[in-house]
Write a protein that binds this ligand. Structure first.
Ligand code: SAM
Length: 238
């Protein structure tokens, strides 16, 4: 099954953008996933194909119209089909994007992704079309497109066959609930700094334990909120 991504945007020229190169770009070429953009402007109303209007109740900025967004969503060839692809709205108010959500999405048939602009979208279309709001962090972008690119980049690399070395997915930050251990490569000594001896010992057990300890140390220092409950400790001691 090919993961199908449909992105609804005022700026289709922003895609594939970074998703057209490297891992995601090769996966696009080999058909591991597909990407279509839906130009919101084409569903705009009137001579000027207007997609937005002033906020009810007054205030600054413009709001994307519900009828325009709904028409764009309904235009997708699988609209109304079951199983439905998840419909996501990139939004700073949304559920924070994390690796668990990325994994869930990668295991599914694809996603319809709505990119907001201006002040955001009319609330009624969120309910009427079952949009799930997803945030990529506690800051405000000028539009949902960079957020959609971030989400798709994270999802695509988990699709079957996309990452060359299957191991590289399972040892990464967040996959075991921890940040990843430090990496080293040649030269063995650089600017007076040596690679830790354990990594050149050839003892795979010691290497694994060292990596685990380092991952726990880094997580405790930088992201204590991610540390596992010590009652069910994952800490790997000899
Ligand atoms: N008025 C909105 C608010 O305060 O929540 C911000 C609107 S923002 C200028 C325009 C669009 O950018 C949003 O509709 C959303 O699609 C996107 N966006 C901005 N920040 C985002 C974030 N952290 N995560 C996901 N999408 C974001």
């Amino acid at each position: 099954m090919t993961f199908r991504a449909s992105v609804i945007t005022l700026y289709p020229e922003m895609f594939p953008g970074p998703l057209g190169v490297s891992l995601a770009g090769r996966a696009l070429e080999t058909g591991a996933w597909s990407l279509e953009t839906v130009a919101l402007r084409e569903f705009g109303t009137g001579k000027h194909r207007q997609v937005d209007d002033t906020p009810a109740g007054g205030g600054a900025g413009m709001v994307l119209r519900p009828d325009v967004l709904a028409a764009a969503i309904d235009s997708l060839s699988d609209a109304g089909e079951e199983p439905a692809r998840p419909r996501l709205l990139m939004s700073p108010r949304g559920r924070p994007l994390d690796q668990a959500l990325v994994r869930d999405l990668a295991a599914g048939p694809g996603a319809v992704i709505v990119c907001g602009r201006f002040e955001g979208v009319d609330e009624r279309v969120i309910a009427a079309r079952g949009l799930t709001e997803i945030s990529i962090g506690d800051y405000v972008l000028s539009g949902g497109e960079p957020a959609a690119i971030v989400l798709l980049d994270a999802v695509v690399r988990l699709l079957p066959g996309v990452m060359g070395n299957d191991q590289s997915g399972t040892h990464e930050s967040f996959e075991a609930g921890l940040l990843e251990h430090p990496h080293y490569t040649r030269p063995a000594e650089w600017e007076g700094r040596a690679i830790p001896d354990v990594l050149t010992s050839g003892d795979h057990g010691r290497v694994e334990r060292w990596r685990r300890e380092q991952a726990e140390r880094l997580t405790a220092e930088r992201r204590p909120d991610l540390m596992p409950d010590m009652g069910t400790a994952l800490i790997c001691k000899d």
